[in-house]
Design a protein around this ligand. Structure first.
Ligand SMILES: *Cc1c(COP(=O)(O)O)cnc(C)c1O
Length: 374
């Protein structure tokens, strides 16, 4: 008897369950191109669903920095940062990130996911409490669960609810929220949340994955994480905060200690991205102008970020509109439950600096046709 059979049986049963629930996911090979384009099945599409908000992933300055770093330092870091993988580019990137955030210090991680699952358990544990916005990203939920702390979720952006939870919380409290919410594109009430935290000596930690470099807001949080995989056009994650915290992460964050450091090309591209963000603020302005144009054309409320949800409601209808848009040359993903609440299946549009106003006009025209609202 070969154990492979029981393994296959197990996976087949699981897949059948997912398929029956309409929750089986699949991969589609996609090649990304410059200027907000992507190629699927040999067809070039204008993409309104990636997070490369400043269109930096194809910027020749980043590409050249990555290529040069690969020749100079190799394609891999070779070991964890605590062994020999702490390439000197890490310190350069970390000091740049801290400065940009206006915080004392920064620590770079392999990804944003790794930053959250390493940092949260470093800060709280059994007997403590994590209070988090219900729409917080899966990796904050994962970090909270790993920590062993009690987890309380508050209604989306409901700071009164957060304050109530604070009254009943045990031990040290860590309050988690996103700055710009990934599915809705709205902003967290950071000042209110900071006030609640300060009154209880609780720590506010924000996830700026969708704000970094494109939609910068005043942020009073002492702990600010984010990713280098979205507007920075590359890969990696970071945590900024007091030096004592970033020092502690070196010894205690398991997703920092027990994983290989980022490769030199990735680090060099990230540093080049920060240079471009600083030198060319017009890129963020362009992305914001594109989203504002789209919202105006579609009669939607003024957007607060470069993410716009277009709520359709029924899952099958969201899938149909997404397919029709693709046939018309536009890539826009349908987001379905359980990622979003039941009955709010939607298209999630994101806009970037690489889109031209004519691209935005074209997609809104196509959307109106698909929805039969012309
Ligand atoms: C994408 C994302 C992450 C994870 O970042 P990666 O660098 O892709 O691992 C974390 N939080 C939020 C809100 C995100 O959208």
């Amino acid at each position: 008897m070969n154990a492979t059979n029981s393994l296959k049986h197990y996976a087949r049963e699981k897949l059948a369950g997912l398929e029956a629930a309409g929750q089986q996911r699949s991969l589609i090979a996609t090649d990304r191109l410059a200027h907000g384009r992507a190629r699927r099945g040999g067809v070039d599409l204008i993409s309104f669903c990636d997070n490369d908000y400043l269109s930096l992933s194809h910027d020749p300055r980043l590409v050249e920095a990555a290529v040069k770093a690969a020749y100079a330092h190799g394609t891999g870091a070779g070991a964890s940062r605590l062994v020999t993988g702490n390439l000197s580019l890490n310190a350069a990137l970390e000091s740049r990130l801290a400065k940009m955030k206006g915080l004392e210090s920064a620590r770079v991680f392999g990804s944003g996911y790794l930053a959250n699952i390493g940092t949260i358990p470093t800060l709280v544990g059994r007997g403590d409490t994590v209070i988090m916005d219900e729409l917080s990203h899966a990796c904050m939920h994962a970090g909270a669960r790993l920590s062993g702390a009690a987890i309380k979720t508050f209604g989306h952006n409901d700071s009164e609810h957060a304050a109530q939870l604070m009254e009943e919380a045990q031990g040290q409290v860590l309050l988690l929220t996103e700055t710009v919410f990934s599915m809705d594109g709205d902003l967290a009430p950071l000042d209110e949340l900071a006030e609640i935290c300060n009154a209880h000596d609780a720590w506010l930690m924000t996830d700026d994955a969708h704000g970094f470099g494109v939609c910068t807001m005043d942020n009073p949080a002492p702990i600010q994480m984010g990713t280098l995989s979205k507007a920075a056009g590359g890969y990696g994650g970071y945590v900024c905060g007091p030096t004592e915290l970033t020092d502690l992460l070196i010894s205690r964050a398991r997703s920092f200690v027990y994983t290989t450091g980022l490769p030199a090309p990735v680090l060099a591209a990230a540093i080049a991205a920060l240079d471009v963000m600083k030198a060319e603020p017009e890129r963020a302005e362009c992305a914001l102008a594109n989203v504002t144009l789209f919202a105006g054309l579609m009669g939607l409320p003024a957007p607060r970020s470069v993410i716009v949800p277009f709520i359709i409601g029924a899952e099958s209808e969201a899938m149909r509109v997404s397919a029709d848009l693709q046939a018309a040359g536009f890539l826009v993903t349908a987001i379905r439950p359980p990622t979003v609440p039941a009955g709010t299946a939607r298209l999630r549009f994101t806009f970037s600096a690489g889109h031209k106003p004519e691209d935005v006009r074209a997609v809104s025209h196509a959307l109106k046709e698909c929805m039969a609202i012309v």
